[in-house]
Ligand binder design. Structure first.
Ligand code: SF4
Ligand code: SF4
Length: 121
């Protein structure tokens, strides 16, 4: 059983510097927003030396930068049902290092809503 609970996490993995997605993911996002593939590609992704399609990011008060689809107030994904396959699969193990750190910090500060910051700008 997984030792983390994404519903209680402020979305650290959505702030990774490079979130690579694939062509099918771009198409899924295009369908979700009623856009053409080309428009969705331009609006939601950029080409990185390491990835043909990387999710665009925006400023985040806790982690520096975060995925453009992340609601920085509610701390959740706004395209959950259309989210890319990378996001569906992650994390691939039954532990999440950030969640372990978060649990420890929340326990230490006696604050179940504390957001343990680490800058991924
Ligand atoms: S995988 Fe880890 S960092 Fe990502 S939302 Fe879940 S608990 Fe948070
Ligand atoms: S699409 Fe959603 S789950 Fe994936 S990185 Fe962006 S906000 Fe996170």
């Amino acid at each position: 059983m997984a030792s983390y609970d994404c519903s209680k996490c402020p979305g650290y993995c959505c702030s990774y510097p490079l979130i690579e997605i694939n062509k099918r993911d771009v198409q899924r996002l295009a369908d979700h927003f009623g856009l053409s593939f080309a428009k969705a590609r331009k609006k939601f992704t950029y080409k990185d030396p390491e990835a043909e399609y990387a999710l665009r990011r925006k400023a985040d008060p806790h982690f520096g930068r975060i995925c453009r689809f992340f609601d920085t107030e509610e701390r959740r994904c706004t395209v959950y049902h259309a989210r890319p396959s990378t996001c569906r699969k992650y994390p691939t193990t039954n532990r999440c290092g950030y969640y372990d750190f978060l649990k420890f910090e929340r326990w230490q500060q006696d604050d179940k809503d504390h957001i343990a910051s680490t800058d991924n700008g």
